[in-house]
Each structure stands twice: as C-alpha cells, then as structure tokens.
Design a protein around this ligand. Structure first.
Ligand SMILES: C[S@@+](CC[C@H](N)C(=O)[O-])C[C@H]1O[C@@H](n2cnc3c(N)ncnc32)[C@H](O)[C@@H]1O
Length: 235
C-alpha cells in the first residue's frame, strides 16, 4: 500500500449495510426479553435482518429507512452495489478489517446472506402490506407518541459527520424519544473510528430536556473501536 493512502478511511456516502441480527444484539447490549416485551423500532434498518429475526422470536418489530420507498427489485440492485462497495472499502484497510485468503473482509459473506434474507422478507412485506418496513427518514417518523418500547439506531447519527450535524442529531434523538420510551444509539464513532467530538455537549442538552443518559460498554462487531452505546430514557 502506498504511504499516502491512510490506513483508516471514512466510507463516504451513507451505506445501506446488512449487519446480521447477532451484531445488533451485541452492539445494543440487548437482553432476550427486551426483544419481545413490546414493539421495537429499528431505524435505520438498512438491509439487515434485525426486524425479521425479532418477529421470528415472537416479538414485534418495525424497520424504518428512506431506502424502503424502493420496489423490491430496485432495492435488490442497490443493496448488491452497496455490498460491493463495502467489500472494496474493507479490503483496502486490512489492518482494520480481517481479510480471508481471497482478500475479502471475513464478514462480507455474512452480510451477503443477511441481505438475501432481508430482501426476501422485504419482498414478502411489499406483497402482503404487513407494514414491517416503512419508508421514512429521521428526523420525522410517521408514528404516534410512545408507539414503541424501544428504538434502536445503528450506524447513522455519528457515523457520517459530513452528512449529519449536531442540530440533526438533537432533532433525530428527540423524534426517536417521542415515539419510543427508550432509545439506544451505536456506535459513538464515525466510520473512520473517531469518537463523536460533541458528545458531552449533546448529553448536557439531553439532560437539560429531562432525558436520562447512560453509556453502555459493548463489543463492536465490525470494528473493536466501536465499544460504546448510548442508552436514553424519557423521564
Ligand atoms: C449504515 S446503514 C445502517 C443500517 C443498520 N442500522 C446497520 O447497522 O447495519 C445506514 C442507513 O441509514 C439510512 N438513512 C440515510 N439517511 C437516513 C435518515 N435521515 N433517517 C433514517 N435513515 C437514514 C440509509 O438508507 C442506510 O440504509
């Protein structure tokens, strides 16, 4: 690798990722009962199988993402291109992402099978109008106050500092707390692994609005630096 190429690079445009359910459980420090106690919101859901798996376990889950305005065929094409993009991005950073003998990040096959499961479930949802996948974007969610017991937001707010600023973070979190009694956000780093620099100010703002904030220590599944989750509850 040329010395002018940094070993850790941000990913650029917001990725439609396909993290498996087990990553969500680990990164949000979820107990099994928290998945089935009440309705869970996964926002953004991306091409992951979190919602489908919660439903398989007997829980209720709704996934929200602006990409869910696409038809199943359109989304399948986009997700395929996004998986190729993440494969290229991770392959270019071998010191950060463990690669297999072919030079492919070890998690890529898992992401591909997760995306396949998601795309099947998404197509079934569009056929049956089950409402499991809602096309919408933070900071506006089309749900009444208190619809969910828990809202999870992974790899969006702090991941893309070039796309989302402090004002957006506060408005998005306020909206998530409007629709859910508890919100968990992960990671607190950007896609290059840098900690969100305005966390203290954000926590002060939230506490001033009566929000209880706790930092949970977790194990990052795709990057060990992603070792914290923010747990927020309304008073
Ligand atoms: C990196 S993925 C995260 C998906 C999943 N939570 C995960 O951890 O794998 C980011 C997702 O955010 C979605 N997105 C972009 N802007 C958004 C917004 N304003 N509100 C909600 N989701 C958004 C994208 O479409 C994309 O699917």
């Amino acid at each position: 690798m040329s010395s002018s190429v940094p070993s850790v690079r941000p990913i650029g445009e917001v990725l439609i990722s396909a993290r498996p359910f087990a990553d969500g459980v680990a990164q949000f420090a979820l107990r099994p009962d928290e998945l089935t106690t009440g309705p869970v919101l996964d926002c953004p859901g991306g091409a992951g199988d979190f919602g489908a798996t919660v439903r398989d376990l007997g829980g209720r889950a709704v996934s929200v993402d602006p990409c869910y305005v696409d038809s199943p065929e359109e989304l399948a094409t986009r997700v395929g291109a996004e998986l190729d993009r993440v494969q290229a991005w991770t392959s270019s950073q071998p010191s950060r992402f463990p690669l297999d003998a072919r030079g492919v990040w070890e998690q890529v096959p898992v992401w591909r099978s997760t995306a396949a499961r998601f795309l099947d479930d998404y197509a079934a949802d569009r056929g049956n109008a089950t409402g499991h996948y809602v096309g919408a974007a933070l900071p506006h969610l089309p749900f009444p106050d208190g619809t969910f017991t828990l809202a999870l937001s992974g790899f969006l707010l702090f991941t893309y500092p070039d796309h989302f600023d402090e004002d957006f973070h506060l408005r998005a979190i306020t909206e998530l707390l409007r629709v859910a009694a508890e919100v968990r956000l992960h990671p607190l780093n950007d896609s290059a692994g840098n900690r969100y620099p305005h966390l203290d100010r954000l926590l002060d703002d939230l506490r001033a609005r009566g929000v209880t904030c706790r930092l949970l220590e977790v194990t990052g599944r795709s990057d060990p630096r992603d070792d914290a989750t923010l747990r927020l509850t309304r008073s």
